[in-house]
Ligand binder design. Structure first.
Ligand code: FPP
Length: 251
């Protein structure tokens, strides 16, 4: 079935996968920036800066592979607990990333989105992402979805509140509430659930990330720290995904 091979790389591992078993939506918990910096006796923010460069590489590769949606956990609702200097730096990264790479993303037909509580972000961050969202909204290639000030429990709580309020107003019966109604109230209402979740740096937990949406996703963990994560690692994850059988609770 050589004609079916969509992508064949030239390195010894030969991660191959055909077009039909590529994950459509890949979500990544980009972890290990701090440790990457510490190993080099650098400040943590240097790790985040290097992590930003990795984002650029991985977006390009994801687009090349044919992934349709790439959701990146860039800042969680819990990350505000970090030292002020680090939070300020993390809030400047979307602006720096977009200032540097937006023209390329436009050329590559990437559509930029964010999910998370935008109203709590600094104005400069919101401005940078809004500009990118506007300038790429008609693009039809990869959807690059940044989770920024995102927390899954927050998201589910907001959905429950919205439904409760519809019940209170007499517009909805509790018995009518089902999975799809909850999904419609999540920030991912117009996206498919992730097929594949990747977490770097050896941590094996979800950290309040897409708890609802990851119910049937395949997980792929690696010890590699996010700044060291390469195109090759992404292909390895996609290739392993392609070899897994998904049963969604069936047989
Ligand atoms: C977790 O590593 C990483 C973050 C909380 C931030 C992730 C942000 C980036 C990768 C850059 C984002 C880029 C854009 C374009 C928005 P950690 O700091 O917890 O690492 P550690 O566990 O080793 O300390």
């Amino acid at each position: 079935m050589l004609d079916k091979l969509f992508f064949k790389k030239k390195s010894p591992e030969n991660h191959t996968f055909s077009e039909e078993n590529i994950p459509k939506h890949v979500a990544i918990i980009m972890d290990g920036n701090g440790r990457w910096a510490r190993k080099r006796a650098m400040p943590r923010i240097a790790g985040h800066h290097e992590g930003m460069k990795t984002v650029r590489k991985i977006v390009k590769e994801a687009n090349k592979i044919g992934i349709e949606v790439l959701t990146l956990y860039a800042f969680s609702t819990e990350n505000w607990k970090r030292p002020r200097e680090e939070v300020d730096f993390l809030m400047k990264l979307p602006g720096e990333f977009l200032n540097t790479f937006l023209p390329d993303l436009i050329k590559e037909n990437v559509q930029v989105r964010i999910m998370g509580k935008k109203e709590l972000l600094p104005l400069h961050t919101v401005k940078a992402v809004d500009e990118a969202i506007n300038k790429t909204k008609n693009n039809t290639g990869l959807i690059l979805n940044f989770a920024l000030n995102y927390g899954s429990r927050d998201e589910i709580t907001a959905a429950v509140k919205a439904l409760a309020s519809e019940v209170k107003q007499g517009r909805l019966e509790p018995s009518q509430i089902d999975d799809s109604m909850i999904e419609q109230h999540l920030m991912t209402h117009d996206l498919n659930d992730p097929d594949l979740l990747i977490r770097t740096s050896g941590e094996v937990r979800l950290s309040n990330f897409m708890l609802w949406q990851l119910a049937y996703s395949e997980f792929w963990f690696t010890e590699v720290l996010w700044p060291d994560f390469s195109e090759e690692h992404l292909r390895e994850a996609v290739s392993q995904f392609a070899g897994r059988g998904r049963r969604y609770g069936g047989v």
